[in-house]
Design a binder for this molecule. Sequence first.
Ligand SMILES: [Ca+2]
Length: 130
Amino acid sequence: MLYQRSTVLLATRSATLRTAGLFAATFGASTDKAVLGDWTGDGKADVAFFRSSAGSWFVLRSEDTSFFSFPFGTATDTPAPGDYDGDGKIDAAVFRSSTGQWFVNRSSGGVDISSFGSAGDQPVAGAYVR
Ligand SMILES: [Ca+2]
């Protein structure tokens, strides 16, 4: 998947192009961080980004190209999404390097807060144990 930063804030249906084998959408701003993954649990990746200035997440649903957004994190947090609760949907998560804390907004409900790491560390999310 190719992610190209854009200065257009949000996609509309008219800004989305679907042809055989190609999907293109204008979604996000140049300062946003791409956070791809299956946010809706349909087995397909959704285009998504984290806007650190607002501490908000924006997800363009693969099902119908509508979008949703929600706040989670602060401007200094580093996004580290992953399926932490194992339900098949990506969970919004951030690493706060100033305190070495991880905040996970579980798609199955609730927020997990754990300490792992220290100042200057970079998060690397992944499914290391199955
Ligand atoms: Ca999940």
